[in-house]
Design a protein around this ligand. Structure first.
Ligand SMILES: C[S@@+](CC[C@H](N)C(=O)[O-])C[C@H]1O[C@@H](n2cnc3c(N)ncnc32)[C@H](O)[C@@H]1O
Length: 220
């Protein structure tokens, strides 16, 4: 059953003044998600929270998706793992405060881990946890959603699209966030053939990888 967390909506007056940081409480989050109930429960529907704070919306979406995974796949561990990884890979977030990005990843990982161990106890695998950690590292980012860069490095925010292929494999394609939002910029780009680039062109395309091997090589 989904737990409604009771947590503070404000961390400090300074953070409210500097960044407008006032968190939405779980009751409102759930009421809003009920407006898109089917999508919020669909395991592979993609959600982006562009000023996610510590992830109040993403947390509730993950609770709903994992409930769907439990209902359908709890009896077969491999299938549960595969769909739980797909659920995690579909969640994206950005926040301008670094500690929020870290907290959001931790909250999402803890939700995954507590469901995983409740279902499979000592049979839980480190490989699966590593895949989830890697996906959260790639999808939940420290960044400025107005200028589309990392506040420290000023490098563009790059999001990875994850698509399930042939059952257990995942395809990763990286896209520059700014181009996904400001479609006009993409049309000034040219592809390898010298033609105007399409909005769908990734900046990097990765070979297929098994869902339990993600993050194995420690690369970015
Ligand atoms: C009103 S809070 C909402 C947090 C969360 N979405 C929620 O509903 O609980 C706004 C959040 O936006 C973040 N923020 C402010 N300016 C931002 C920017 N330019 N880019 C990304 N995040 C930003 C703040 O750090 C804060 O966490």
């Amino acid at each position: 059953m989904t737990q409604i967390e009771n947590k503070k909506q404000v961390k400090s007056k300074q953070r409210v003044a500097d960044h407008g940081e006032v968190f939405t409480n779980a009751r409102e989050v759930n009421a809003m998600l009920d407006l898109v109930k089917i999508e919020s429960e669909r395991i592979d529907s993609r959600f982006l929270e562009p000023a996610m704070g510590d992830g109040n919306f993403l947390v509730e979406v993950l609770n709903r998706k994992l409930k769907s995974v439990d209902e359908k796949y709890k009896s077969v561990q491999f299938e549960w793992e595969r769909y739980a990884v797909i659920a995690i890979s579909s969640l994206y977030g950005v926040d301008i405060l670094h500690d929020n990005a870290i907290e959001c990843r931790t909250r999402l990982f803890n939700i995954f881990e507590s469901r995983y161990s409740a279902n499979f106890k000592q049979k839980c695998s480190d490989e699966c946890k590593r895949s989830v950690r890697f996906l959260l590292q790639r999808n939940i980012l420290w960044g400025d959603a107005l200028d589309f860069t990392n506040p420290e490095t000023k490098k563009p925010i790059v999001f990875s699209e994850w698509s399930a292929v042939n059952g257990s494999m995942l395809k990763r394609r990286d896209y520059i966030f700014k181009f996904l939002v400001e479609k006009t910029h993409q049309f000034s780009m040219f592809n390898d053939e010298g033609n105007v680039g399409s909005i769908d062109e990734p900046v990097k395309d990765f070979p297929l990888i098994h869902f339990l091997k993600i993050g194995e090589d420690d690369a970015d």
